[in-house]
Design a protein around this ligand. Structure first.
Ligand code: DC
Length: 207
């Protein structure tokens, strides 16, 4: 059985949490595609060329908490505007999407560019203020010395770069189900996601 669930949205909207929960619910494999761009971005911090880094990416590069810093997030967003970087990462993502047993991919361009024929598509969003607050608490819990104002500025800068780029900009696919998590608990957001995916599964759109 092949079934692809594409989950897109801006930083800290809750797509990672929803994707993991949805993957566990349906017993599907999960790929956080942001990690690919973070791994490439992290390599550029020590001067490596981004295109070479993307072409040489291996599974071990995706491990580790070191990829979860604001500095790496910004570097990821910067390398993500480069067409050759994106092109180098396409085959891996598409192969993952069509693996047997079902796949959940979350990112920015999964429903629009990587898997335009995904059987289910969600676009998860929330206000910039709510997203910044969530990311701030997450980073604070990890012991990072950062202010809410810095995180909000960071979120807005990344949103603008991700949405305004020419290559595969962040935007909902026309056939995506929108989920705004600003005022939703995690449980309520996951329920909405599962309901939308169940509807897609039952509508007989499986390829
Ligand atoms: O989801 P994230 O915050 O880990 O993503 C980090 C950056 O990577 C994000 O700002 C833009 C880029 N990205 C992308 O361009 N396309 C994707 N499918 C996933 C992430």
């Amino acid at each position: 059985m092949q079934f692809t669930i594409a989950i897109d949205g801006p930083a800290a909207a809750g797509k990672g949490t929803i994707s993991k929960a949805v993957a566990a619910h349906f017993g599907f494999a999960h790929l956080d595609t942001g990690l690919l761009y973070r791994a490439v971005g992290a390599k550029t911090l020590d001067g490596t060329d981004p295109v070479l880094a993307a072409k040489a990416l291996i599974a071990q590069d995706l491990d580790g908490d070191a990829l979860r810093t604001p500095e790496v997030a910004q570097a990821a967003s910067k390398v993500a505007v480069i067409a050759e970087v994106r092109a180098a990462l396409v085959d891996f993502q598409r192969a993952f999407a069509r693996r047997l047993g079902g796949a959940v991919l979350d990112g920015r361009d999964i429903g629009t560019v990587i898997c335009p024929n995904a059987e289910a598509k969600l676009f998860v969003t929330a206000s910039a203020e709510v997203r910044a607050e969530r990311r701030y608490l997450e980073l604070k819990n990890k012991g990072l010395d950062i202010t809410l104002a810095q995180v909000l500025a960071d979120v807005k800068e990344r949103d603008a770069r991700d949405m305004d780029r020419a290559e595969a900009p962040l935007k909902p696919a026309v056939d995506a189900t929108m989920i705004d998590t600003s005022d939703l608990s995690i449980e309520a957001a996951v329920l909405q996601a599962v309901a939308a995916i169940d509807a897609a599964r039952n509508s007989g759109t499986e390829a």
